[in-house]
Write a protein that binds this ligand. Structure first.
Ligand code: ADP
Length: 244
C-alpha cells in the first residue's frame, strides 16, 4: 500500500485532511460491559473505526484434550463484519484476518496471567463493526479492556496505535485514506506500566530515525489511551460498588 504520494494529505499549515495536527489522535471513545452474555466486553472507537471485543472464559473447552496442564490457552479471532467496509466484505475469514488474529494474540499473551487458569481456554472475539484504518490496534485496546472487564488478571493494560508517513511527514493514528495513500504504516501496541512493546509492525519504508521518532509518538499516545482505559474501568467498578 505504499508509494502513492500524488495525493496531498497535509496542507500548507501542516494540517491533515481531517484537520488534525501530525501528532493528534482521532477522538477516542470506550465503553465496557456492552454485551450481557460475554464474560467481558468492550466497544472502542478511534474516530470512525469501531471495534467490539468479547471475552468468553476461562472455561473448559468442549475438546478436553485441547488444554495445557499449567496454564490457560488464549485464543483470538479478529473478524471484519461484512458491513464494516464500503464494499461488502466476504464474511469468511481471509488470510489477513487469520494473520491479524495471531498478531493480536501475541500482543496480549505475555500480559495475561494465564498460569492462574490451568486446563482452560480464554476466547477473545474481535469484531470490526466499522473500518477506517487502525482496526488491529483498536482491536488490541478493545481486547485489553474486555479482559479487564471479564476480571481476568493481567500484568498491565495494553493499548495500540498506528504511526505512519504521509507526504514525508510522520503522523499519528492514521485513518483509512492516510493508510492507503501514505508511504508507511507502523502499528504498535504495548503496556506502558510494564515498559513493554507487544506489537510492532512496519508496512513500507522508514529510516532508523523515523522509526525512533514514530515509536516515541506512538508511545505517548499509548500512555494516553491506557489512562483512558483505567478511567473507564474505574468508573465501571465504582458504579458496581455503589449498587452493592
Ligand atoms: P488496520 O485496520 O489495522 O490499519 P490494514 O492496514 O490491513 O489494517 O487495513 C487498513 C484499512 O484498510 C482498514 O482499517 C480498513 O479501513 C481497510 N480495509 C482493510 N481490509 C479491507 C477490506 N477487505 N475491504 C475494505 N477495506 C479494507
Amino acid at each position: 500500500m505504499s508509494g502513492k504520494t500524488q495525493v496531498r494529505l497535509i496542507d500548507e499549515n501542516g494540517l491533515r485532511h481531517d484537520g488534525r495536527r501530525f501528532d493528534e489522535l482521532r477522538p477516542i471513545r470506550m465503553q465496557v460491559g456492552v454485551l450481557a452474555n460475554a464474560t467481558g466486553s468492550a466497544l472502542v472507537e478511534y474516530g470512525k473505526t469501531k471495534v467490539l471485543a468479547a471475552v468468553y472464559g476461562p472455561r473448559e473447552p468442549f475438546q478436553k484434550y485441547m488444554v495445557l496442564p499449567d496454564r490457560a490457552i488464549l485464543r483470538v479471532r479478529y473478524h471484519m463484519a461484512p458491513f464494516s467496509t464500503t464494499e461488502r466484505k466476504n464474511p469468511a475469514p481471509s488470510r489477513r484476518e487469520i494473520e491479524l488474529s495471531k498478531v493480536i494474540r501475541e500482543a496480549l499473551e505475555d500480559i495475561v496471567l494465564l498460569a492462574e487458569y490451568p486446563r482452560t481456554v480464554i476466547d477473545i472475539f474481535i469484531e470490526v463493526l466499522q473500518a477506517d484504518g487502525g482496526t488491529r490496534v483498536a482491536g488490541v485496546t478493545a481486547a485489553s479492556l474486555a479482559l479487564a472487564d471479564a476480571g481476568i488478571p493481567m500484568k498491565g493494560l495494553v493499548a495500540g496505535v498506528a504511526v505512519g508517513k504521509i507526504n514525508g511527514v510522520l503522523v499519528l493514528d492514521l485513518d483509512e485514506v492516510e493508510d492507503s495513500m501514505g508511504e508507511a504504516d507502523m502499528p504498535i501496541a504495548g503496556a506502558p506500566d510494564l515498559g513493554l512493546i507487544t506489537l510492532f509492525q512496519l508496512n513500507g519504508v522508514l529510516t532508523e530515525e523515523e522509526v525512533e521518532k514514530g515509536l516515541s509518538m506512538a508511545w505517548s499516545a499509548i500512555e494516553k489511551i491506557v489512562s483512558m482505559e483505567k478511567e473507564v474501568l474505574r468508573s465501571k467498578f465504582e458504579a458496581v460498588g455503589e449498587e452493592a
